[in-house]
Write a protein that binds this ligand. Structure first.
Ligand SMILES: [Zn+2]
Length: 528
């Protein structure tokens, strides 16, 4: 009898976590995430699934982030009717995150179809709709941490705190093999792992002794300086104080789930202990407001709440309607505005940027990772002008960065997590991470005493024979390995156009600008 695992996501540098396990009595998924990143990658979301969803017995979900959960409605749309197991807080987050994703898919396709129509191209269908997402929600079943659940004949599972975001889990799985020698196959999926000192959640936890462990390696190659909650708060205090003294508003672009609540926790502490003068804090993102409500409902499961709820301060204002948001746009000074999206790609933060970026007394404070090609990344790399809603906006505000908030374990923390899981007898899979990061992580594990021959770095759609302990083939790969880069030519083209625009803006005179354009044109003509 054979048990196999297909890496349908989160392999190599590819996002979109999705593993399919096939055993004699059926098959199931761990996660079903959306591919995010380059256009080549996100195009995969529209392609046929590499398996028949109707054949799946169930899905195990590690956490609510869209790159782990975002394709669940597509399974439902394609006929999957089985249970989706998730922790109660994950379920509550999905209640609005999946419908929101459905609406985004619909409006995205509408926009593309308008353009395609002008070009005489065929109409696209959304990956799934708001209605598909709502239907999918009815299939979710709650699982508690640290309790065995019989998921299907021959398979039982147990969820463990992963310390990454509210409700996040690592998942332990036992599969009956029917063999006398090894009657059960023991697997562990890390999910995304949180760092030490993470606000709200205890450090990641799980048992030891497995046949296989599948672990993320997002920051596998990084060794971050350890930041305690006190140090993190001190840095935030310094930045907020300086921003208020500058005399304008402070904008903090922030992810709606987890980062916004972490900031509220630290701000509440600084206000309560009178380290900051009372100022008005506006949480202006419908998703962030809903996510905060889920945090409030699960307050009893959260750490760091000794001072009382950090979400119910008299000076914290949850902005719900568009009119309320427009009113915040009109505030000239002294407001602290937390808004999404965290990389300024969409959402109400773009309105706030338009109203505040050109004013030298204002401050924009970035507290998270900014992906290449995003407006956030442009701002942190000192762009002098940016385009928002088709308008040129000059950047005069102070643009600052604050490290110390992270949702992921770094290299040494990942190694420590693996060491606590040993012995792992048959294999450790390092998934989702840049090539350098995965190699560095592997080297660190070998240095820590793990057998390098049993550490695997799977690529997208690889198949592994868990019974035999080796790669199984041939599996159908949706993308050739060389195309699975984080940046494809579309990204490079977009980056080039932005660079060119900035470069032109920085030149002294129109004559200089013309000279540069003539030179570039000359290059193109030479190639032609
Ligand atoms: Zn995550």
């Amino acid at each position: 009898m054979t048990v196999t695992m297909d890496f349908h996501g989160a392999a190599g540098s590819v996002t979109g976590s999705c593993y399919r396990i096939t055993h004699p009595k059926g098959s199931f998924l761990v996660d079903c995430g959306m591919f995010q990143g380059s256009k080549t990658l996100s195009a995969l979301n529209h392609r046929p699934l590499p398996f028949d969803p109707r054949e799946l017995a169930f899905v195990l979900l590690t956490h609510a982030h869209i790159d782990h959960s975002g394709m669940l409605p597509r399974l439902t749309k394609a006929g999957f009717r089985g249970p989706i197991y998730a922790t109660p807080s994950t379920t509550d987050l999905l209640t609005f995150m999946l419908p929101d994703s459905g609406s985004i898919q619909e409006s995205e396709v509408e926009r593309l179809n308008r353009r395609n129509q002008q070009r005489g191209q065929e109409k696209l269908q959304p990956i799934y709709t708001l209605e598909d997402a709502k239907a999918c929600l009815t299939q979710i079943r709650d699982v508690s941490y640290e309790e065995w659940l019989k998921a299907s004949p021959g398979v039982r599972v147990r969820y463990w705190n992963a310390g990454h975001i509210l409700g996040s889990a690592s998942i332990e799985i036992e599969i009956e093999t029917g063999e006398n020698q090894n009657p059960v196959l023991r697997l562990l999926f890390s999910g995304d792992l949180g760092p030490s000192h993470k606000a709200f959640h205890p450090d990641p936890n799980a048992p030891e002794g497995f046949d296989y462990v599948v672990t993320e390696s997002t920051y596998g190659g990084r060794d971050r300086p350890d930041a305690t909650p006190e140090e993190r708060r001190a840095r935030l205090l310094a930045e907020v104080k300086a921003a208020l003294e500058r005399g304008g508003n402070l904008l903090i672009p922030s992810f709606a789930v987890e980062r916004t609540q972490e900031l509220l926790l630290d701000l509440a502490h600084l206000f309560r202990h009178r380290e900051l003068p009372t100022s008005h804090v506006y949480i202006d993102s419908p998703l962030a407001v809903r996510a905060t409500k889920v945090f409030m409902e699960h307050a009893k499961d959260l750490e760091d709440m000794e001072d009382g709820s950090p979400f119910e301060m008299p000076n914290f204002h949850f902005v719900e309607t568009v009119d309320q948001s427009k009113a915040v746009n009109l505030i000239k000074a002294g407001a602290i505005i937390l808004s999404a999206s965290g990389m300024c790609e969409a959402g109400r933060i773009r309105h706030h940027l338009k109203y505040n970026l050109w004013r030298p007394e204002c401050t924009v404070l970035f507290v998270g990772y900014q992906a290449p090609g995003t407006l956030g990344q442009l701002l942190v790399s000192d762009a002098k002008t940016v385009r928002i809603h088709n308008e040129e906006v000059i950047v005069r505000a102070a643009i600052l960065r604050l490290d110390g908030y992270s949702g992921h374990a770094d290299g040494p923390e990942l190694v420590a997590w693996i060491k606590e899981r040993l012995p792992v007898t048959k294999g450790i899979f390092l998934t989702h991470g840049e090539p350098d990061g995965r190699q560095a992580f592997k080297a660190a594990l070998v240095a820590a005493g793990c057998d390098g021959g049993k550490i695997f770095l799977p690529e997208l759609d690889d198949r592994f024979d868990l019974t035999a302990g080796k790669m199984a083939g041939p599996a159908a790969h949706r993308l050739p390995a060389e195309q699975v880069a984080t940046e494809d030519w579309h990204n490079k083209h977009a980056a080039f156009v932005l660079d060119l625009r900035q470069h032109l803006a920085l030149l002294e005179s129109n004559a200089d600008r013309e000279r540069l354009l003539v030179e570039l044109r000359g290059r193109l003509q030479k190639r032609a």
